[in-house]
Design a protein around this ligand. Sequence first.
Ligand code: GLV
Ligand code: GLV
Length: 309
Amino acid sequence: MKALPLPHKPRILCLVRDPAHWLLDNLADHFALCDEPAPGIEVVMTGGSEGIDAAMIDRLPDLKLIAVCAVGYDKVDVAYAQARGVAVTNTPDVLTDDTADTAIALMFAVYRRVPQYDRYLRDGRWVAEGAPPLTRKLTGQRIGILGLGRIGSAIARRCEPFAGEIAYHSRREVADAPYRYAPSAVALAASVDLLVVATTGGAATAGLVDRAVLDALGARGTLINIARGSVVDEGALVAALAEGRLGAAGLDVFANEPHVPTALLDMENVVLLPHQGSATVETRRAMADLAIANIEAFFAKKPLLSPVA
Ligand code: GLV
Ligand code: GLV
């Protein structure tokens, strides 16, 4: 009798840095995990921060699918992958709520100085110096959303109960959006108190929030960024904050993560988060499930669930 073939798990390369143990366990249940590129590997899983470049794609001659465990795939060389006939999937929708929640958390944190005043209390200053300076009222402020995609729309909906006005700028005016459309990023910034960056990353939006936009937002304005550090000219942002041309900022993303411009660390009008937009147990599991479902669809020769290319 002929020996039966050994049960075969497809090999995949996991490029996710610091993967959670349950992600690894979940992957290992389905696939044989490799941590080095090699011929024969058809699938890579990667994260939004890690992505995959052309050089790594070249080291994988049999690559067919890049499954990104993130909504943003700006660190993936999609054009090169496409030219090589490699499909790319991401994990949209499942992280929209958390990312929108993060934007709202930053708005309130900046306006009401939540982390600053937590530090004030812990440092014993309430006892020593009395109450800290008054903050500013967020309810009634005019909020501008740059990029009215899934995440931008979810932020806008969350702002409806407390915003004085909601406006947006997108490449195109969104049919049926119940918000004021501004024809440019500068026009939007000039007409709001808070500007929330919710665009995709990548070349098309790199440096979109430049000195002109920051100056239009102005000394009483607040910038919130939950999208990608690359959308904001970080040097111009630091200079605007340092020179008092911009009022405040709440930032979840940076140009060179995990490195943050040191000047920001000393600014009391800035609230900083280490890229926490989708970082809840529930959402990270949902993202992993969707990324794995895409890989399983690939091996089962079924349509991919969330292809981007
Ligand atoms: C996180 O930033 C993501 O793109 O999912
Ligand atoms: C796009 O990146 C979105 O989901 O808003």
